[in-house]
Design a protein around this ligand. Sequence first.
Ligand code: B12
Ligand code: SF4
Length: 544
Amino acid sequence: MRIVLIHPNYHSGGAEIAGNWPPAWVAYLAGYLKADGFTDITFIDAMTDDMSEDQLRDALRRLQPDLVGATAITPAIYKAEEALKLAKEVCPQAVTVLGGIHGTFMYPQVLTEAPWIDAIVRGEGEQVLLDLVRCIDDGNWPARRHAVKGIAYAEDGKVVATPAAPPIKDLDRIKPDWNLLDWKKYIYIPLGKRVAIPNMARGCPFTCSFCSQWKFWRDYRVRDPRKVVDEIEDLVRNHEVGFFILADEEPTIHKKKFVEFCELMIERNLPVLWGINTRVTDILRDEALLPMYRKAGLIHVSLGTEAAAQLKLDRFNKETTVAQNKKAIRLLRDNGIVAEAQFIVGLENETVETLEETYRMALDWNPDMANWAMYTPWPFSDLFKELGDKVEIYDFSKYNFVTPIMKPDAMDRATLLDRTMANYRRFYMRKSFLSYPWIRDKVKRSYMLGCLKAFLKSGFQRTFYDLGKVGYWGPQSKKSVDFHFDETRHLDRRETGAIPHNAMWKTMHRPKVKLPAANAGAAVKACGGGTEQMAVSVQSPPVD
Ligand code: B12
Ligand code: SF4
């Protein structure tokens, strides 16, 4: 049975400015299928290769697959739908399958607007895809598709969702196949080296209202660190990978396993640097361990410092959080680790003054890097429901952290973009002249200058924040900025076929505990979560 997996050709000027990144989903799915004997798998990276529709069509015509699978995060959904439409046209006999976060929750809408998609795999993909492939291979598709857990499909004009598949308990059963990727394409610009995205843990015990990752994976699970380090050794030795980020939501939550991971990295002494996203509180908790983390190769930590403050300014004691954020940044920097502060901006209560405040905070905390992401209301997040009709744009292709989806009450979207760019300009101008060139630590200095190079490249190419696409050339161009929203796209909350649908979907989380506003603050975590949520989760992971 021939399987083709496609990463759709979607681009947006955020994380991509740092280089071409390899897709982890392909390696993990392919490895799982291959272990069961389904070895005829080809991967088409239409994104990295910037493939036109004709090129994709030709490739599919040549391959004549039996199954075509595409991935989709929310902003890539239309590109994924188009890729599968094209697959259906060229190979009508092939079963077309969509996976990834958007279809997991939005399958009623997706199956309605893209009827050429035969099945949507909901949630964690490995076991569900394997079951689906077996069903096809046994000649039982579509007659017995209802027996495949964790999929959705359309039948006689109705959307059918089979019961959710249980999360894979032992993640070590998944042996990724990294050989499927053409490694020379994936270069991380700051270091000029090949980059990988291995996955140690899945899920998150927190339940932040603006995030949906905790819902997606449902259960927090972590792999045996030794197996992860083996995988990294393979990536370094056999694929010349020189930098990686962990795909994990929160890699440091399970302290014991994270420490073991770092110790093993030190033991193997691999020529590789790496980065993570994590929480301020974990950095504070691990203060004494930071030199060891750095020795293990950890060079870059991105912190969700201001997310909660922007989202719920009135719900927590900002002083505590500000102090914690500042301290975590200082600790990282003192230990030679690049500290990146993440700010989420652009909610309806954003003003020119609050944006300015984030800039002042960035100066005060003095991280090595700062990032102002536009708030993006994932339609399956809790906050989306709270926002109600304040969300006016349903063109999901712009749900990408760089386009202002919400219009703040006090300013237009172009002003929001302009003030955000002003923060970037001022922050990085200072860093370029007063900081990066003077860093004593050679490794960190060259890393920071490499990051600057990536920024400058995307600035010249006008890909940063999609500035070229929207026509932004500085404050004077504000009036002519056009975000090109497709306003024909809509989500009718009353229409059951269009609203996010969570039938038979259970997470390990119990309902959130509503804390009184006065004491909510002390417990707030970097990404906006809080210890109150940890306390009530059914199976909180060990945090010793
Ligand atoms: C690595 C990463 C990237 C890499 C992507 C590399 C690549 N080529 O894939 C880079 C840095 C380029 C990137 C960029 C962006 N990213 Co990103 N990224 C991540 C991150 C950290 C990990 C994703 C990952 O690899 N996970 C591990 C794999 C194994 O999981 P997975 O992809 O979900 O795949 C599993 C299932 O979804 C399913 N599955 C997935 N695809 C398919 C396909 C089929 C056929 C099947 C059957 C199953 C299936 O099976 C897989 C195995 O279980 C996540 C956050 C997180 N911690 O998850 C954000 C995340 C995915 N990114 C996000 C966003 C928004 C973006 C950007 C738009 C931001 C920006 N403007 O820069 C861009 C878009 C880039 C683009 N052109 O598509 C959001 C998406 C949210 C949403 N609802 O859509 C996330 C969740 C972050 C967040 N905080 O919300 N990103
Ligand atoms: S801590 Fe919050 S923002 Fe971070 S992954 Fe978990 S739920 Fe999402």
